[in-house]
Write a protein that binds this ligand. Structure first.
Ligand code: UDP
Length: 242
């Protein structure tokens, strides 16, 4: 059976009842780990993701140091128990790729020039996965960086859109990601709407791409609002002493 023949949309609704432009439920918590400089936890549909920031701290080995800026190192890890078919522990091609694109995206907002010769480590741990984990990880990492008080030009906000049964839809869940026609994760710097990550798994026409891209950016802007709200309420909790 061809992918487009698998019924993922019934009577104009998706498998989980969402509309085409609807996000899954998102919950963000700030400062969840006491030993990290900054941390955040995000639940995004069935995804459960933790991000922890350590540093800026001395970078070893010394030859990796850059006298002009800090080195930002993002490590994305899909836990063995996070997916239906147990994943072999340790890095694989996919996690190395996601770590690289996440490091690049976050490096474009962190003021690395303020901390020469150091490293800022960001660990993204996927505890439960249901598609869109790279977006969830980036959103959590941005909030964790802000929680660590690391100077940034803005935060990074991310969301995916894609094509399922010929329809352009927002925020694909696992069945849609695996059985749909295309997944398009996007990450932006919200105030400038500058793109810092854009990947595409599948095929879209030029018009479909435009529609999916605009939908993903709109989703990322909605996530941006939630990131800001989570950060503001965490600061208020500290001031009020909760
Ligand atoms: N997945 C899995 N096993 C793996 C890798 C991925 O079951 O080894 C699942 C997991 O639910 C993940 C989804 O496939 O969220 C989609 O993976 P993709 O590579 O598209 O990345 P993501 O959408 O999570 O950023």
């Amino acid at each position: 059976m061809a992918k487009e023949d698998i019924e993922l949309i019934k009577n104009g609704k998706r498998l989980d009842g969402r509309k085409f432009d609807e996000l899954r439920e998102i919950k963000i918590e700030v400062g969840v780990l006491s030993r990290a400089m900054g941390s955040a936890y995000i639940e995004w549909g069935k995804n459960k993701v933790i991000a922890a920031v350590y540093g800026p701290r001395e970078l070893h080995p010394k030859y990796l140091r850059d006298p002009r800026r800090a080195h930002l190192r993002c490590i994305y890890n899909l836990a063995p128990f996070s997916v239906e078919d147990r994943k072999r522990p340790g890095p694989d091609r996919r996690s190395v790729e996601i770590s690289k694109v996440s490091s690049d995206a976050l490096s474009s907002v962190v003021m690395l020039e303020k901390y020469p010769n150091t490293v800022i480590d960001i660990f993204i741990e996927i505890l439960q996965a249901d598609a869109g984990t790279r977006c969830a990880g980036l959103n959590a990492a941005s909030v964790a960086l802000a929680d660590a008080g690391i100077p940034m030009r803005d935060i990074v906000s991310s969301c995916a859109a894609g094509k399922v049964n010929g329809e352009i839809v927002l925020d694909l869940m696992k069945e849609e990601d695996n059985l749909g026609e295309c997944d398009l994760p996007v990450a932006i710097i919200p105030r400038k709407k500058e793109v810092v990550l854009l990947q595409m798994d599948g095929k879209l026409t030029r018009e479909e791409f435009k529609k999916a891209y605009e939908l993903a950016v709109d989703g990322a802007m909605r996530v941006y609002k939630m990131q800001k709200e989570a950060l503001i309420s965490s600061v208020n909790d500290v001031i009020i002493g909760e």
